[in-house]
Design a protein around this ligand. Structure first.
Ligand SMILES: O=P(O)(O)OP(=O)(O)OP(=O)(O)OC[C@H]1O[C@@H](n2cnc3c(O)ncnc32)[C@H](O)[C@@H]1O
Ligand SMILES: [Mg+2]
Length: 214
């Protein structure tokens, strides 16, 4: 287990929604965060078959390109009735032929797949959001943290907050989707809290406990 030994960290992501959430989570710890998008680093190909593999590919690419520790996030929506899809391929499901992402269309695809399987009742629509964070150093060392949040796929999508598939996902015990919760509510965590809500905040809490606290 290695502690973070610099005050600058590269956020190894090109997703503006994710970068904003990671900046919110890391802000209170006094780090300055620079994203791979800002640094104009090329997006590495995500050739892994697990969240862990893809997170490591992204973090190592940014750590080596910057010479600084880099934190990546590989995430996705895992739907039980779809055998775990879209899972690691959650971003690909939203990709149009020209490479642009279309989330309303991706959410319709998810709904179509569920309807084809007759998964219309809430109990047939269980899912979890998964986030795997990887902190990598330029010398190749990595630390991995996984967070998951259980919930249900709703239809129609609700809310315009958050990003990506947020309007489709209602966490267990809540009557609002991630698209209807504020960013603070979605994290459900700030430094010192014993629990967190979102997949990303849950993984982040482990990262803080392992790499930031003395
Ligand atoms: O790889 P980077 O550059 O970090 O950005 P990305 O968007 O390609 O990220 P992933 O490869 O990890 O793919 C994750 C997909 O899951 C979606 N996703 C992940 N976390 C989410 C969240 O908290 N809310 C909604 N959608 C989320 C996201 O929109 C992507 O389509
Ligand atoms: Mg990606």
């Amino acid at each position: 287990m290695r502690k973070l030994d610099t005050r600058t960290i590269v956020v190894a992501s090109h997703n503006a929604g994710k970068i904003r959430e990671i900046a919110e989570l890391i802000g209170p710890f006094g780090f300055s965060a620079k994203s791979a998008a800002e640094l104009k680093f090329a997006e590495p190909e995500e050739t892994g078959t697990t969240f862990e593999e893809n997170a490591a590919i992204k973090a190592l690419a940014s750590a080596r390109a910057s010479g600084l520790p880099a934190l990546s996030d590989d995430s996705g929506l895992v739907i039980d009735a779809l055998g775990g899809a879209p899972g690691v391929y959650t971003a690909n499901w939203a990709e149009r032929e020209d490479g642009t992402r279309d989330f309303p269309w991706a959410m319709e695809k998810v709904e179509k797949a569920l309807a084809e399987r007759g998964a219309t009742a809430p109990e047939q629509r269980s899912a979890r959001f998964v986030s795997v964070l990887c902190l990598a150093w330029p010398d190749g060392h990595t630390e991995i943290f996984r967070g998951e949040v259980e919930g249900t796929v709703v239809w129609p999508p609700r809310g315009d907050k958050g990003f990506g598939y947020d309007p489709l996902f209602q966490p267990q015990g809540y009557d609002k989707t991630f698209g209807e919760l504020t960013s603070e509510e979605k994290h459900g965590w700030k430094p010192g809290d014993a629990t967190a809500l979102s997949h990303r905040a849950r993984a982040f809490k482990l990262f803080v406990e392992t790499c930031l606290t003395a």
